[in-house]
Design a protein around this ligand. Structure first.
Ligand code: GLC
Length: 580
């Protein structure tokens, strides 16, 4: 209790970092958007893979939770080499997930409940089974069909070396050589990801026209927006120059999370080229020509945050995922640094800040924050790796989520985090599907552990994921305690915490609020404390409890508060919202 003895109770003296939105803005400015990963949400037809009718059947879960919108990861026709991020037909639903009619029914049912629907757009690459790529292979070298992709001659006398030294983000070379009809080796094609995901050439006007048409196809169907995959990767530097950096989607932030220049990762000639912005300006004009306030969010692993803010200038995207927040770990100074830099960068262009802690590409934060070094971001975990401390991870995850949901702006929630789901850290290698596991020859576990099917009923086969218990990935036994039917009815469960937090956030208009650091904790190594409107959000990341002012009205707490020494106190790894 040293802190209680030595630190004055927090007063509301504060330094403003971000001003409240003058009026309630467009829905996406403060929306809580729930990511549905269709293959793992709910399986209606019993084949072990989630589907669109399964999502429709569980929409009331999202309504009870209180989210404003859902973002659906890809459900388009695809050979599923990268779980649907390898699209063979952008205008159709894969039979694995249902039909276009199922999509329309889902959209209608969501809208009837006041929930908006954002779909995923994958414009950097197609599947190698896409009609364009098949035509390109058939048409041969120098053809207009090949000019939609990045085919190049190899280096070396016989063209046997790849055209440049780029590596695939999933491991191995970023180039694959084709074979001519007679069996002789031919040109190479670029794929930043798997060899089944050839990159498109965005300098080709035909590619631009095609995707503008795809946007219209889904806008006409009534979607509320798009999450744009690899939004920083579509334009490559002229001449595709060699680059000795390590190609990666994730990148290191500086320890304080401020606008430091990044060292490697996403700063190469394949990422964040100025030319991408003209694409988004054209798309914005299309979205603006529709009614209903449609929005785009960029998946752009770009740093510093001032550079990322260029994607959300007034005539470009509406939002960009804030991965700097996701990678900030569990460190008060670093979190404050990222929050402050985010507002500085986004306020300068009039865009809302966004926040995210988990998605289908990273170790779930209930496990990540239970690792010895939470700021390290392994690409999945093997059973033989040092294991996360599950209890500590969950405690911190709940605290981190409550901190996130108390920030002004828009927040993303990945399916299952509202249950406190841990990563599956002991999957058998035989069931792994992520191409990153195979392309790194098993050096990286990959992302399967965060994509395990949802538990709906503790006592049912596959925890109620599918009618007969089929599941494309096995669920860990720890999922029983997290099942929706258990958590909905258990006071203090993680679901209860999210439900209460979202309702309070809405009632108090925190999403459009202001942000000021509480003076007394402004440089505290263990506490993040801010005022949003008249609500104080206080996260204690340190070991000693933090006393609250006498009479503080507690609105939400991520864990039990202590009541020693005549004061209510916030214990370690706990966040509280209160009114002083
Ligand atoms: C994005 C997706 C990821 C996918 C990759 C290639 O990062 O989120 O899941 O593998 O793009 O499309």
């Amino acid at each position: 209790m040293t802190r209680i003895d030595s630190t004055p109770a927090p007063s509301t003296e504060a330094v403003t970092v971000h001003a409240a939105s003058a009026t309630e803005g467009s829905w996406w400015r403060d929306a809580v958007i729930y990511q549905v990963y269709p293959r793992s949400f709910a399986d209606a037809n019993g084949d072990g893979v989630g589907d669109l009718p399964g999502i429709t059947a569980h929409l009331d879960h999202l309504v009870e939770l209180g989210v404003d919108a859902l973002w659906l990861s890809p459900f388009y026709r695809s050979p599923q080499k990268d779980a649907g991020y390898d699209v063979a037909d952008y205008r159709d639903v894969d039979p694995l997930f249902g039909t276009l009619a199922d999509f329309d029914a889902l959209l209608e049912a969501a809208h009837a409940r006041g929930v908006r629907v954002v779909v995923d757009l994958v414009p950097n690459h197609t599947s190698d089974q896409h009609a364009w790529f098949q035509a390109a292979l058939a048409a041969g070298e120098g053809s207009p069909e090949r000019a939609r992709y990045l085919f190049r001659e190899g280096r070396g006398a016989g063209g046997e070396e790849p055209p440049n030294n780029w590596q695939s983000i999933f491991g191995g070379p970023a180039w694959t050589r084709t074979t001519r009809p007679g069996g002789t080796p031919g040109q190479w094609y670029l794929h930043l990801f798997d060899s089944s995901q050839p990159d498109l050439d965005w300098s080709n006007p035909e590619v631009r026209t095609e995707f503008e048409d795809v946007l219209r196809f889904w806008l006409d169907r009534g979607v509320d927006g798009f999450r744009v995959d690899v939004a920083h990767g579509m334009v490559k530097a002229d001449g595709l120059p060699d680059w000795d950096g390590h190609v990666a989607m994730v990148d290191g932030t500086e320890a304080d999370g401020t606008d430091a220049v990044n060292g490697s990762g996403n700063s190469g000639p394949m990422f964040d080229q100025d030319g991408v912005h003209e694409i988004y300006r054209a798309w914005r004009r299309i979205l603006d020509s529709y009614d209903g306030d449609r929005a785009m969010v960029a998946e752009a692993w770009v740093e510093p945050l001032s550079r990322l803010a260029r994607y959300v200038r007034p005539d470009e995207m509406h939002q960009a995922f804030n991965f700097s927040f996701l990678v900030a770990g569990w460190d008060a100074a670093r979190l404050r640094g990222v929050v402050e830099s985010s507002f500085k960068a986004n306020d300068a262009v009039g865009a809302p800040a966004t926040w995210v802690l988990s998605n289908h590409d990273v170790v779930r934060h209930a496990s990540r924050l239970g690792l010895a070094e939470p700021e390290n971001r392994p690409n999945g975990l093997f059973a033989t790796d040092p294991q996360p401390d599950a209890a500590l991870g969950l405690r911190r995850a709940r605290a981190a989520s409550l901190l996130m949901l108390g920030l002004p702006g828009s927040s993303y929630v990945y399916q299952g985090e509202e249950l406190g789901l841990p990563e599956h850290t002991s999957l058998d290698d035989a069931v792994r599907q992520d191409p990153a596991f195979f392309r790194t020859r098993g050096a990286e576990a990959g992302r399967d552990g965060c994509r395990v099917p949802m538990p709906w009923e503790a006592g049912a086969p596959a925890y109620g994921f599918s009618p007969d218990g089929a599941a494309w990935l096995p669920q860990p036994s720890s999922y029983a305690a997290h099942a929706v039917d258990v958590e909905r009815t258990t006071p203090g469960s993680t679901f209860d915490l999210y439900r209460t937090a979202l309702a309070t956030r809405k009632a108090e208009h925190l999403g459009t609020g202001d942000l000021a650091w509480l003076d007394v904790f402004a440089d505290d190594p263990h506490v993040v404390a801010l005022r949003n409107r008249d609500v104080v959000v206080l996260a204690n990341l340190g070991g000693a409890p933090v006393a609250l002012p006498t009479g503080a009205e507690i609105l939400v707490a991520s864990g039990e508060l202590t009541d020693d020494a005549d004061a209510v106190a916030v214990p370690s790894d706990t966040t509280v919202w209160y009114r002083a």
